[in-house]
Design a protein around this ligand. Sequence first.
Ligand SMILES: C[S@@+](CC[C@H](N)C(=O)[O-])C[C@H]1O[C@@H](n2cnc3c(N)ncnc32)[C@H](O)[C@@H]1O
Length: 260
Amino acid sequence: MRVAEAIAEAERRLAAAGIDAPRVDAELLVAHLLGASRTALYAEPEQEVDGLEPLLRRREEREPLAYVLGEWGFRRLVLKTDARALVPRPETEILVERALAILHGLERPRVLDVGVGSGAIALAIADEHPGARITGVDVSADALALARENVRRLGLDVELRQAGIAAAAEGWDLVVSNPPYVETLEGLQPELRREPSEALLGDGFHRDLAAAARTTWLALEVGNGQAPAVARDLAAAGYSEIRITLDLGGRERVVEGKQE
Ligand SMILES: C[S@@+](CC[C@H](N)C(=O)[O-])C[C@H]1O[C@@H](n2cnc3c(N)ncnc32)[C@H](O)[C@@H]1O
């Protein structure tokens, strides 16, 4: 099948499977098979596309596109992505943005990422603040294995270990976390059920982390509507300079605070 036909066929089947932006997914699948960018696809419309069917079938079955492609962009990095860890989300890039702003001017800050997952946040900070000494912890051995592969692939310096919230009490300049904060998967996109449930479902993690952490700064990603309560939790735990930052969709996405 040639490029234009392959895209049209994939778009038709993905639309029938209920996927939101079937054209974009179709183009990304074909581009992946050709080792090209999406924009370069139309430069050589006569090119043959091989191997589309198995990828298309996985996506039709609502496997996240990032797992089907096996890699996903996050800030300046391309991370390996599979079912061992959450797909890095664009809104989490805002958390990294805030972490970098907090770290600005600190030469060798000690940073902890709690719930490191694929390594997205820790690796992006390592990439964009090269002096930082970064540790990532997770309770999931699977997620840590994937994060280790990403550390190796990217050649960045991040220490990884299996631990939970207690690691935040060790004393840090910044503790950053995108914790599990989804209350229920009911009514949400079917793709979410393919991601590890311990990466998504959670209640009270922000409060527990704020209470346990010994850190100058704490920066947390929050779910829709959670920011005011998390800001109150930080205030109750003794944090000051509490600030809420919006994501690109205008939703309150990051809550940060400082301990004296
Ligand atoms: C929402 S995912 C975030 C993954 C990654 N940081 C990102 O932003 O793409 C949350 C992560 O927290 C981990 N996790 C869940 N409970 C935890 C706990 N008590 N302590 C440490 N990590 C935990 C999960 O295994 C998962 O990898």
